[in-house]
Ligand binder design. Structure first.
Ligand code: PGA
Length: 254
């Protein structure tokens, strides 16, 4: 059994924010990802689909990766407004977020849908970031572990046993609220997720990166990223400010 930890990943989820003017912010992130930082952590930015290509071109030759925020389960076809994993890969993305709670809520995505999207991502050569997380009501009812366990069982594709997949634990009530779970609650949840992944995927489950997401800021990054079985962060609001995003990643340099 290996005791080596997966290499950390700090990922920015820009959500529906950013026009071409935001290329400046991305350029500042590229510039800030210096040799010292890149030796400790992988950086990823997931801009809105309209900026994927321009960011991917800007990132060529740098260690910063670009990803999508969602993909359709099909490679192409009559799905007005959707973007496929194949298309994201074609313009230079290497990751895609699937099953974010905003997609699960706004677009009624089920575990089954999320799993199909993750499989499409893998087939296109992308690494899916599969998001799970409980609501406030579910946590208050003592059901957080059960809810996340069921989401993992339903959303994680079988391919995760042999292909890279990232899991992001994002408590819905912590997203964009400034609220975060206690270190003990994060440790409990990440320990539970790790065990579930090892039970199902064996060694691959042990090496899978488990991100924490939900109100990660420069001020709490060290504490949250220092929790056992937390291999990085999925950052929303703070990833829109280059200095804040870089400050979160630099938690790994301390
Ligand atoms: P937040 O969002 O960092 O703004 O809370 C996180 C996310 O939704 O991925």
């Amino acid at each position: 059994m290996t005791t080596e930890r997966p290499r950390p990943l700090v990922a920015g989820n820009w959500k529906m924010n950013g026009t071409r003017a935001a290329t400046k912010t991305f350029a500042a992130i590229l510039e800030g990802c210096d040799a010292a930082l890149r030796s400790k952590v992988d950086l990823l930015v997931c801009p809105p689909a309209t900026l994927t290509y321009v960011f991917a071109v800007a990132a060529v030759g740098t260690p910063v990766k670009v990803g999508g925020q969602d993909c359709h389960a099909a490679t192409h076809g009559a799905h007005t407004g959707d973007v496929s994993a194949t298309m994201l890969a074609d313009v230079g993305a290497s990751y895609v977020i699937v099953g974010h709670s905003e997609r699960r809520t706004d677009h009624r995505e089920t575990d089954e849908t999320v799993k199909a999207k993750a499989r499409a991502a893998i087939a296109a050569g992308l690494t899916p970031i599969v998001c799970v997380g409980e609501t406030r009501e579910e946590r208050d009812a003592g059901r957080a572990l059960a809810v996340v366990g069921a989401q993992l069982a339903g959303s994680m594709p079988e391919e995760a046993a042999r292909e890279p997949v990232v899991v992001a634990y994002e408590p819905v009530w912590a997203i964009g609220t400034g609220l975060t779970p206690t270190v003990a609650d994060v440790a409990e949840m990440h320990g539970f997720i790790r065990q579930s992944l090892v039970d199902r995927f064996g060694a691959a489950g042990r090496n899978m990166r488990l991100l924490y997401g939900g109100s990660v800021k420069p001020g709490n990054a060290r504490e949250l990223l220092g929790v056992a079985e937390v291999d990085g962060a999925l950052v929303g609001g703070a990833s829109l400010v280059a200095e804040d995003f870089l400050a979160i990643a630099r938690a790994y340099m301390e």
